[in-house]
Design a protein around this ligand. Structure first.
Ligand code: HEM
Length: 415
């Protein structure tokens, strides 16, 4: 059995600082290799990952034992007809047409988050005390967008936002708890139970008195006479909060960081806002907010001359496939104008990048995340000129499963 070697272990702090060192080595030297620490197989080439994600003969029920423990039974762990049916109930609520209707909601929520943080940051400039304003756009603005939008779409009380943030952070920490810290495990279970307790009466109320919100729609949507059960609705709310929260928050920060690191591309996006979508699609490739999609084999699988035995867990390293030179020219370059990462197809199963994974579990929140990124970035560009990273500030990208920045200090003049 081939075993990953001679590189920073993917669970190490060294890897966390610069994952592309290991990704490059694995992709070129050991594209299919067993990884002792996670007990799974690492796959790093774009074509191999795509084949796995699209294969009908590979399952995702590995998520039942990890994510399923705290999210409940969600789309992610389902296969076959059951998956198709549940996805068919959810997809119409989040596809492009549905999200077009939610545009005003996204815009309103994003503006409400931006305005107070911005006003506080520019006050010293307007008072003539400073020439430039400073703001941590990740911490004081971008990070709050996804969870606030989701709560609004689900029509959950705004006062519960801080509880939801705590729950989603504790649920994420449970899933990412590779070191098996008992404290983190206990917090995850507690978050699961508190969230379930919060959501149960809400589902009952929406069934009795449906509104226009997503929870009511989830309760009433029907396919072939089937509707979602209370447990399924609760699991999907949990999945939306976590899958839609942490991921888009990581993406928003990285879109801005990539543009700030490439001032010519930032200027191009400022001048032509249709390019925000290009910057997002290129960020999904260059700085994948979600780095791993895992699967289980249900028969022996031959890949690049290696046999992965039946019943094995495979970790598709999306961040490695996204920099595969077999698929992308100059893959180590961030370039919003590249022609091999198509923007129109970038939010569908035809995407070149692997940022939303692919195949039947392709992210159902792609259109929503695009609306959030476009609104979030446009407000920054509308209001901040001469925008750059603050002097002396060194952005820290962290995270294995999801990856991004917690802080992003910028300097600007009010527009
Ligand atoms: C930039 C933001 C986002 C990224 C990078 C992202 C990434 C992903 C990835 C990689 C997967 C596939 C996981 C796998 O196959 O193992 C996925 C699935 C999923 N995502 Fe997203 N996501 C984002 C935003 C969202 C949003 C906003 C929502 C919800 C409102 C959402 C909901 C989901 C759901 C429900 C699935 C499971 C689909 C299925 O199993 O059929 N995501 N996402």
């Amino acid at each position: 059995m081939a075993v990953a070697s001679a590189i920073p272990d993917i669970l190490s702090e060294e890897h966390d600082r610069e994952p592309q060192i290991a990704y490059r080595h694995l992709r070129e030297e050991e594209p299919v290799v067993f990884h002792e620490g996670s007990g799974g197989w690492l796959v790093t080439r774009h074509a191999d990952i795509l084949n796995i994600l699209k294969s009908k003969a590979i399952s995702s029920d590995n998520y039942a034992a990890s994510i399923g423990t705290v999210y409940g039974r969600t789309l992610l762990e389902l296969d076959g007809r059951e998956h198709q049916q549940q996805r068919g109930l959810i997809m119409p609520l989040l596809n492009r047409t549905a999200i077009a209707d939610y545009q005003p909601v996204v815009k309103r929520v994003v503006e409400a988050l931006f305005t107070p943080a911005y006003e506080q940051a520019v006050a010293p400039v307007l008072a003539g005390e400073q020439e430039f304003a400073e703001m941590d756009i990740a911490e004081s603005y971008l990070q709050a967008i996804p969870i606030s939008v989701i709560l609004e779409m689900l029509d959950l009380p705004r006062e519960s936002r801080s509880d939801f943030i705590r729950w989603f952070k504790d649920l994420m920490a449970f899933v990412a708890n590779v070191g098996n810290d008992p404290e983190a495990a206990a917090r995850g279970i507690r978050a699961r139970d508190e969230l379930a307790e919060f959501v149960a009466p809400l589902i009952a109320a929406r069934r009795a008195n449906p509104g226009n919100d997503l929870v009511s729609q989830m309760c009433s949507n029907e396919i072939e006479g089937e509707t979602l059960t209370d447990d399924e609705v609760r699991s999907f709310i949990t999945l939306m909060v976590v899958a839609g929260g942490e991921t888009t928050d990581r993406a928003l920060g990285m879109v801005m960081l990539n543009l700030l690191r490439h001032p010519d591309q930032l200027a191009a996006v400022r001048a032509d806002r249709s390019l925000v979508a290009n910057a997002f699609v290129e960020t999904l490739r260059y700085s994948a907010p979600v780095n791993i999609a895992s699967r289980t084999t249900i028969a022996d699988l031959e890949l690049d001359g290696v046999t992965i035995p039946d019943g094995s867990v495979i970790h598709c390293l999306l961040g490695a496939g996204n920099r595969d030179p077999r698929k992308f020219s100059t893959p180590e370059v961030f370039d919003i104008f590249r022609t091999d990462n198509n923007v129109e197809r970038g939010f569908s199963g035809g995407a070149d990048h692997l940022g939303f994974a692919n195949g039947r579990h392709f992210c159902v929140g792609a259109a929503l995340s695009k609306a959030e990124v476009e609104n979030g970035v446009n407000l920054i560009l509308d209001n901040m000129k001469e925008l750059r990273l603050s002097e002396g500030f060194v952005p820290q990208e962290t995270g294995l499963w999801t990856r991004g920045v917690d802080n992003l200090r910028v300097t600007f003049k009010p527009a």
